[in-house]
Design a protein around this ligand. Structure first.
Ligand code: DOR
Ligand code: ZN
Length: 343
């Protein structure tokens, strides 16, 4: 195959930050995607509809001339979110979901939920007003091995949430394990999952290949090969419960290459190309369109996009860095070759 044309895709999980970083990264997402679910883990977090609208305006201002892009806003769930704010969010055309970060699970999650059972009334309000709950599914127990945090979250929390709120639409974000894939497959149609490019392309050896490679460090952490294979199988299966969410998470190079480096892989610069690589290796390029362009929109009950994008089978080299004023962001596969290129 020399070219691949698919309906314009969407990114159902993206961190675009704000300020100078937003200006650098947003053009990449706009070039690749018609819409993106925008994560709310700013400093301070986006917890109210009014804040989401202001953040949406900042994003709209950063769209390059001629760009056609719709940011789909989310709110950050905290212990003090009110049922009234949930109703407001559900009534707003700009806000599409709430994001649950267990407190301490990841970047800027300190305002997250400390006791998940304590916010069950809020899940009930989301179920009632029919607004999806997006979950970073990792426990924060310090005695839990980092590679087991997702599995334990499913056993301790996700299964119970699913049982108690059968009408609540839930996205298990950036699933990384066989257990998460199996959970989502067995659950009702109200439960879906996003899968990132890094979890499809790499196993945990990538983080420690000849030395510590901080640009492969993200959360949930990349797991062993058997899990990667389960994720590839799910993404390329044509099952509409699994759809594209890059979790593109830019951090300045200086904060990644650090004694305590931040979690996050930056992938917006080549998102579709990275997914195409993974799908081609699995012999399933024909399944990319459903995963990238249809299933997420259907789950969120938004219209599928019109128009198309074309990828050419051309080898190109990913830039070493993208500049942010005097700083930089190092992208996934920096200085390395990719075999598909978005036209
Ligand atoms: O690796 C990650 N980076 N995982 C997350 O959950 C958050 C993200 C970020 O915001 O940097
Ligand atoms: Zn994320």
């Amino acid at each position: 195959m020399k070219t691949l044309t698919i309906t314009r895709p969407d990114d159902w999980h993206a961190h675009v930050r704000n300020g100078a970083v937003l200006k650098t990264v947003l053009p990449h997402t706009v070039r690749q995607f018609a819409r993106a679910i925008i994560m709310p883990n700013l400093k301070p977090p986006v917890t109210a509809v009014a804040q989401a609208l202001a953040y949406r305006d900042e994003i709209l201002q950063a769209i390059p001339e001629g760009g056609d892009f719709t940011p789909l806003m989310t709110l950050y769930l905290t212990d003090s979110t009110t049922p009234d704010e949930i109703k407001k969010a559900a009534d707003s055309d700009a806000v599409h979901a709430f994001k649950l970060y267990p407190a301490g699970a990841t970047t800027h999650s300190d305002s997250g939920v400390a006791d998940i059972k304590a916010v069950y009334a809020l899940f009930a309000a989301m179920e009632k007003h029919d607004i999806p709950l997006l979950i970073h599914g990792e426990v924060t127990d310090q005695d839990c091995d980092i590679f087991d945090r997702e599995k334990l979250f499913i056993d301790k929390h996700l299964a119970d949430i699913a049982d108690n709120f059968p009408g609540l639409r839930i996205v298990a974000e950036h699933v990384t394990t066989t257990e998460a894939v199996q959970f989502v497959q067995a659950a009702g149609v109200n439960i879906a999952a996003t899968i990132t490019p890094q979890h499809l392309l790499f196993n945990r050896n990538a983080i420690l290949a000849g030395g510590i490679r901080p640009h492969y460090y993200c959360l949930p952490i990349i797991k062993r090969e058997s899990h990667r294979l389960a994720l590839v199988e799910a993404a390329t299966s044509g099952n509409p419960k699994f759809f594209l969410g890059t979790d593109s998470a830019p951090h300045l190079t200086s904060l990644k290459e650090n004694a305590c480096g931040c979690a996050g892989c930056y992938s917006a610069h080549a998102a579709l190309e990275l997914y195409a690589e993974a799908f081609e290796r699995a012999g399933s390029l024909d399944k990319l369109e459903g995963f990238a362009s249809f299933f997420g929109a259907d789950f969120y009950r938004l219209p599928r996009n019109s128009g198309s994008v074309t990828l050419d089978k051309i080898t190109w080299t990913v830039p070493a860095v993208y500049g942010v004023n005097e700083h930089s962001i190092m992208p996934l596969k920096a200085n390395e070759a990719l075999s598909w290129k978005l036209r």
